[in-house]
Design a protein around this ligand. Structure first.
Ligand code: C2E
Ligand code: MG
Ligand code: MG
Ligand code: MG
Length: 293
């Protein structure tokens, strides 16, 4: 809103830009100590199996409660932490906290709950990812098979060879690997021939239009077909409406994640939800009366 009238051509500086730059500088100064000051926390969003309608796993999502700026979203501070060279420390904190947290969750079905953790491109570039994952697993005692590392297509593009080497090492340890934001990249299908992954996370940008336009629906169908023929699990991200879930189930979707099923929750709320609902998480049973199918 703030603008210096008439000076826009002469200078790039405006009060609004100045405020944004000041905020970035503040976040850059404060992010290195955020973990030690106890300002970081994790939200956990359930991932629901379409076959038994139960929670099959959770994705850990990093949160920063800044003492003065309030909640800062990860899309804002993760890139800042990457540029400041402190993402490794942040990721180690996430891995330690998340692997310990998932062990306190009540069981919801036959298979133990899986934990998905997001990986940073800069952490791959540091070449400490594999070692940091191994040490978090050792410290918590979590079985490697319960951990899924989510790597975005952008990371694959930026860190090509290192990603392939790390994925290989992680899978040898028994850890599973997911391609996050799948189908947003320029050569999504080509990546699958080079990278041995276990899970595809179909990006929200397609999921959000799957019930409304033919292109999105065709793309979701193609990803599900490829996933099935390669033996990969497909998780739809950002499912917000019963109509979206209905179409995706019709196309043979395995797992869904999104506000329709549950928002990302603090650990204590997640424990409560799993205990009360027995892990049965389905619109119509929890919170809403809408029937998705
Ligand atoms: P992502 O890994 O693709 O995570 C999914 C994002 O979609 C989360 O945003 C989640 O809250 C949001 N979401 C889930 N369901 C819905 C829905 O139905 N509707 C809408 N509109 N959004 C939904 P969040 O938590 O803000 O995280 C944003 C991104 O930040 C993540 O995208 C991930 O790339 C990154 N991130 C989060 N935690 C970490 C972390 O521990 N490490 C790293 N390196 N990146 C992280
Ligand atoms: Mg993710
Ligand atoms: Mg994603
Ligand atoms: Mg996404």
């Amino acid at each position: 809103a703030a603008r210096t009238s008439g000076s826009a051509r002469a200078t790039c500086w405006t009060p609004a830009l100045g405020a944004a730059a000041a905020r970035r500088a503040r976040l850059r100064d404060d992010v290195p100590g955020a973990a030690d000051r106890g300002e970081l926390w994790l939200a956990f969003q359930p991932i629901v199996s379409m076959t038994d309608k139960r929670v099959a796993g959770v994705e850990a999502l990093l949160r920063w409660r800044h003492p003065e700026l309030g909640e800062v979203p990860p899309r804002e501070f993760v890139p800042i932490a990457e540029r400041a060279g402190v993402i490794g420390a942040l990721q180690r904190w996430v891995l330690r906290e998340a692997t310990a947290a998932v062990l306190v969750l009540p069981a919801t079905g036959e298979a133990p709950l899986r934990l998905a953790v997001n990986v940073s491109a800069a952490h791959v570039a540091d070449r400490t990812l594999v070692e940091d994952v191994a040490s978090a697993l050792r410290a918590s005692g979590l079985a490697p098979e319960r951990l899924v590392l989510e790597i975005t297509e952008a990371t694959v593009l930026a860190e090509g060879d290192s990603v392939a080497v790390d994925i290989e090492a992680l899978r040898l340890m028994g850890v599973h690997v997911a391609l996050d934001d799948f189908a947003t990249g320029s050569s999504s299908l080509a990546h699958l021939t080079r990278l041995p992954v276990d899970v595809l996370k179909l990006d929200r940008s397609f999921v959000s239009r799957v019930d409304r336009d033919r292109q999105s629906r065709a793309l979701c169908e193609a990803v599900l077909t490829v996933g099935r023929s390669l033996g990969l699990q497909v998780v739809a991200e950002g499912v917000e409406t019963p109509a979206q879930l209905g179409v995706l189930r019709g196309l043979g979707l395995d797992h869904a994640q999104g506000f329709l099923l549950s928002r990302p929750l603090p650990l204590a709320d997640l424990v409560g939800l799993l205990r009360d609902g027995g892990g049965l998480l389905w619109p119509g049973l929890v919170g809403s009366s809408a029937d998705p199918v």
